[in-house]
Design a protein around this ligand. Structure first.
Ligand code: FES
Length: 189
């Protein structure tokens, strides 16, 4: 019992009444240093989770479209993915539009909803079935009956808007984020 408020009694002192106070101080001090130490140890790990400058640079890719001829397809790389860029011919655009409302579309979408600036088609060149890279970018590649892309892994077929027309792929080729900075400058990402 304390003889006055805040003053430990003789018995408490004899029983080590101050010991908890000292122990608490040591415990708090140890915990504080422990947290500080954990912070010092964790910082390099947390810091390493921020994207480095070269990764940030790869988050956008600029493509010069000026050398691309009508009917030519080129492939850019964005974040490790192939990006198919197709300067489609008038006939290819017309064929894509003609199929806009076809009941045979597996993943219905209009050509206009998939293209930001005609005649350019810009899609991620990865099959939506199991991730193979479809053929059709190079002259002489098989393109399938719709003139788009043919996936050699399991036979999926895409049209000139990158829409899947024959499975097993369930979805159209995905569109990357991109914008036209000018008539001949494309920024992906
Ligand atoms: S990965 Fe393309 S059809 Fe299977």
């Amino acid at each position: 019992m304390s003889d006055r408020a805040g003053s430990p009694s003789q018995a408490e002192l004899a029983a080590g009444g101050e010991a908890p106070t000292r122990r608490d101080f040591l415990t708090l001090t140890t915990a504080a240093f422990g947290l500080l130490g954990a912070g010092i140890v964790a910082w390099p790990m947390i810091d390493s989770m921020n994207p480095s400058a070269d990764v940030l640079a790869l988050s956008t890719v600029d493509v010069d479209l000026s050398p691309v001829q009508v009917g030519q397809r080129i492939t850019a790389t964005w974040r490790g993915k192939p990006i198919f860029i197709d300067r489609r011919t008038r006939q290819e655009v017309a064929e894509a539009r003609a199929a806009d409302h076809s009941p045979t579309l597996i993943d219905p979408a209009t050509d206009a909803s998939r293209v930001k600036r005609q005649p350019w088609l810009v899609v991620i060149g990865i099959c939506t079935h199991l991730g193979c890279v479809p053929l059709g970018q190079k002259p002489g590649d098989p393109r399938g009956p719709y003139g788009g892309y043919f996936c050699p892994c399991h036979g999926s077929i895409y049209d000139t808007a990158g829409r899947v027309r024959h499975g097993p792929a369930p979805k159209n080729l995905y569109l990357p984020p991109y914008e036209f900075r000018s008539d001949t400058k494309l920024r992906i990402g």
